[in-house]
Design a protein around this ligand. Structure first.
Ligand code: PXP
Length: 241
């Protein structure tokens, strides 16, 4: 079985657009629990553009599901993660001006920084992963840091437009997952996955967990819009009776 973590950041994006409390990421987290999803994924960005500190602590307190917290590899974020004590943390690269996480973390060129942060986790039970491109050199760097979980960035595969490029990007992920598994890694994957492209990734037997956000939150508008309109019409019509 492939586990599924749902990234609920974009519920907060919509809430923040109004600066009020609806839609509430806590309500989304409760629905995840009802759907027996395996974990709640949240990315606490340095600019707090979607999920905020109070969301992650409230959800941890109120919803009995493992939390996978995505953070930039910084001391500030690591301290918040240790305070929260989620099941797992995934280090992701972060640039302030990017719209979303563009590419994996360059572990190789951040070895000293990541090693220092890993030491901060040493007395906790939090599992630490890194979000990387399907690249053997990056996997080797994680191995030398003693990290045992990795998440492959599937963005290049998801964005590929021609069959040839899609196949090429898919085979990079397949080969990297085989290589990492042989080295003892637990392999996860995510980014840009949707109904059309998820099957190929979920078919890779070495990939044990997927984290999916934007598409599910976006798609839920269309699967729920009709009900929301009909419910509003009912209330309005009942007021005129
Ligand atoms: N996994 C990680 C580490 C991420 O940073 C993200 C968001 O970029 C996702 C999964 C989910 O990506 P998406 O929202 O495109 O499904």
């Amino acid at each position: 079985m492939c586990k599924l973590g749902i990234n609920i950041d974009h519920v907060a994006t919509l809430r923040n657009a109004r600066g009020q409390s609806h839609p509430d990421p806590l309500e989304a987290a409760i629905i995840l629990k009802e759907c027996k999803v395996d974990s709640i994924t949240m990315h606490l960005r340095e600019d707090r553009r979607h999920i905020k500190d109070k969301d992650i602590f409230l959800i941890k307190d109120k919803v009995d599901l493992p939390i996978n917290l995505e953070i930039a590899p910084t001391e500030e974020m690591t301290k918040i993660a240790i305070d929260l004590n989620p099941r797992s943390v995934c280090f992701v690269p972060e640039k302030r001006m990017e719209i979303t996480t563009e590419g994996g973390l360059n572990v190789k060129s951040n070895m000293i920084k990541i090693e220092r942060l890993l030491n901060l986790f040493s007395s906790s039970k939090i599992k630490v992963a890194c979000f990387i491109e399907p690249d053997f050199n990056q996997i080797d760097s994680l191995k030398s840091l003693g990290i045992k979980i990795l998440e492959f960035h599937t963005g290049s595969y998801a964005d590929a437009k021609t069959t040839k490029i899609i196949e090429n990007k898919l085979s990079l992920i397949q080969e990297a997952a085989k290589y990492a598994t042989k080295l003892g890694f637990d392999c996860h994957a995510g980014h840009g996955l949707n109904y059309k492209n998820v099957f190929n990734i979920a078919s890779i037997k070495e990939i044990k967990e997927l984290n999916i956000g934007h598409f599910i939150i976006g798609e839920s508008i269309f699967s729920g819009l009709k009900n929301s309109i009909l419910k509003m019409k009912d209330i309005i019509n009942s007021a005129k009776k």
